[in-house]
Write a protein that binds this ligand. Structure first.
Ligand code: 5GP
Length: 211
């Protein structure tokens, strides 16, 4: 989208219970927005079939993850389903400085930590499934995880859902195309927020000076 002024980048957080469609929505947003970057997380969980290192996550072992915690190179981190997940600090700082927007696929614990550190730049969206049955279907359909993991993720879903009220926006994912459109609308509106438009007074001054 064409814009006459510089804007501070924003941090778009998408959270949901596992299987609600968040990752698919994130990928679609990345395809549709050239100045949107994915915050690539580090994780200690094993790679799933079809995933690759440096694309879906940076896959590391526990000592490597612990070293990142110790030297403060993570903006936030959390233990989810027994594995560590965390957001590296430097890429976020670089993107904000270059007026780029970043999308985060992180859980409620990470969202709370980002709120404490970067509240003004944060836009948070929670994706809800239309029903528990639909969530279970999607987890089974994904079939990258075994039965025990799927059962654990279903058990965890209520705990994740209970944090919906900590988010700015709620999207119920009945239909993927509609949900993508809704999240895109949120992103477009937030990009127009006056406080993010750092060059706006200058632009308006020049506008007023025109004949
Ligand atoms: P999955 O194993 O299905 O890829 O992710 C499990 C959960 O971890 C998802 O809810 C996902 O949003 C969350 N997650 C992924 N990366 C991060 C991260 O860097 N930080 C936090 N706090 N959660 C993350």
């Amino acid at each position: 989208m064409k814009s006459p002024f510089k804007r501070r980048g924003l941090l778009l957080v998408l959270s949901s219970p596992s299987g609600a469609g968040k990752t698919t929505i994130t990928r679609a947003l990345l395809d549709n927005n050239t100045n949107l970057k994915l915050s690539l997380s580090y994780t200690t969980r094993p790679m799933r079939p079809g995933e690759s290192d440096g694309v879906h996550y940076n896959f590391v072992d526990v000592p490597t993850f612990q070293a990142m915690i110790d030297d403060n190179s993570l903006l936030e981190y959390a233990k989810v389903f027994g594995n560590y997940y965390g957001t590296p600090f430097q890429p976020v700082q670089d993107a904000l400085a270059e007026s780029e927007d970043i999308v985060f696929d992180i859980d409620w614990q990470g969202t709370q930590q980002l709120k404490q550190r970067l509240q003004n730049d944060l836009v948070t969206v929670f994706i809800l499934p239309p029903s528990k049955a639909e969530l279970a279907n999607r987890l089974r359909g994904r079939s990258q995880d075994d039965g025990a993991i799927i059962a654990a993720r279903m058990a965890e879903s209520s705990a994740e859902i209970s944090h919906y009220s900590e988010y700015d926006y709620i999207v119920v994912n009945y239909d993927l195309t509609d949900s993508i459109r809704q999240v895109q609308a949120i992103l477009d509106a937030e990009r127009c927020k006056r406080r993010r438009l750092t060059d706006l007074p200058d632009f308006v001054r020049k506008l007023m000076d025109q004949e």
